[in-house]
Ligand binder design. Structure first.
Ligand SMILES: Nc1ncnc2c1ncn2[C@@H]1O[C@H](COP(=O)(O)OP(=O)(O)OP(=O)(O)O)[C@@H](O)[C@H]1O
Length: 269
């Protein structure tokens, strides 16, 4: 076994995050430990405000943790890592409306590749997300679901080793969401891409993930780290009716419900 296959794609150890809010200290994450293997998809779920996005931002190098360590491909994170891309929920803010779709996709490659190489990458990435022939349109000339595909294509064109997604499908309708979930399942299966997906949606987490991690508590820690033992080749109808899918979904839901109940008790106490 070569050494690179033993180094986790993402390693989070003893992560602490405290924010200073109007002079008061808010302890959000308390000793989070998580390793994600190369090629694995890990979905992070938890109650609203638990610290899921904060955790993702620490991995993306957009938030400096108060304590602990984060490493991507064995390198300590001190700023946005080279081999990592992020897709956010709000495609409307992440795409530049004054740039055509091709230029939006090639934007992160402007310094590193020639125009010809950039355009070839854009064509390949747009084809991978099922968007051939839209290169010359502006983002506002296509639907919301298509805009989120453009944001995913931009991340893929960069050819990252690790892709982070923060509520990537929260702003699209249910059918588009299912299509985008299937797109991500296909991309993850076809590549060695390592994926960390933050989502509110428990069904989505179990459907996409090789593992589902539940973040809970105030301050939050990992309350559960569950292997998703479902057959490969996921399908919206058969996978979501599989007894193992339903069992896992129920387990995650009860963990989050327990958390919601304890927060409510804390508020009324
Ligand atoms: N820069 C910051 N300064 C102060 N507080 C912050 C900051 N970023 C996040 N927080 C607080 O940290 C907590 C966790 O926020 P975070 O956005 O990570 O939660 P989340 O689980 O992603 O929530 P949601 O599911 O609602 O998006 C919240 O109480 C939030 O207000």
């Amino acid at each position: 076994m070569n050494q690179s296959s033993t180094v986790p794609a993402v390693r989070i150890a003893g992560l602490q995050q405290t924010f200073d809010v109007n002079g008061a200290s808010r302890h959000v994450l308390d000793g989070v430990d998580l390793e994600i293997r190369t090629g694995e998809t890990v979905c992070v779920v938890g109650h609203s405000g638990t610290g899921k996005s904060t955790l993702l931002r620490c991995v993306a190098g957009l938030q400096r943790p108060s304590g602990g360590e984060v490493a991507v491909a064995g390198q300590a994170v001190a700023g946005p890592p080279d081999d990592l891309a992020v897709v956010f929920q709000d495609y409307g803010r992440s795409l530049m409306p004054w740039l055509r779709i091709r230029e939006n996709v090639t934007l992160p490659l402007r310094r590193s590749l020639s125009r010809q190489e950039r355009n070839a990458r854009a064509a390949e990435a747009l084809a991978a997300v099922g968007l051939d022939g839209v290169e010359r349109l502006y983002p506002w000339q296509v639907s919301g679901g298509m805009q989120q595909r453009v944001a995913i294509a931009r991340a893929l064109a960069y050819r990252p080793q690790v892709l982070l997604m923060d509520e990537p499908f929260a702003s699209v309708d249910a059918q588009t969401r299912a299509d985008l979930e299937d797109l991500v399942v296909r991309i993850a299966a076809e590549s060695r891409l390592t994926l960390m997906v933050v989502t509110h949606d428990i069904d989505e987490a179990v459907y996409l993930g090789d593992r589902v991690v539940v973040l809970a508590g105030k301050p939050a820690r990992i309350a559960a780290d569950l292997e998703v033992d479902l057959p490969p080749g996921r399908d919206q109808l058969t996978t979501k009716a599989d007894p193992e899918f339903l069992r896992l979904r129920g387990e995650v839901m009860s963990l989050i419900r327990r958390e919601t109940a304890s927060i409510a008790e804390g508020v009324s106490a």
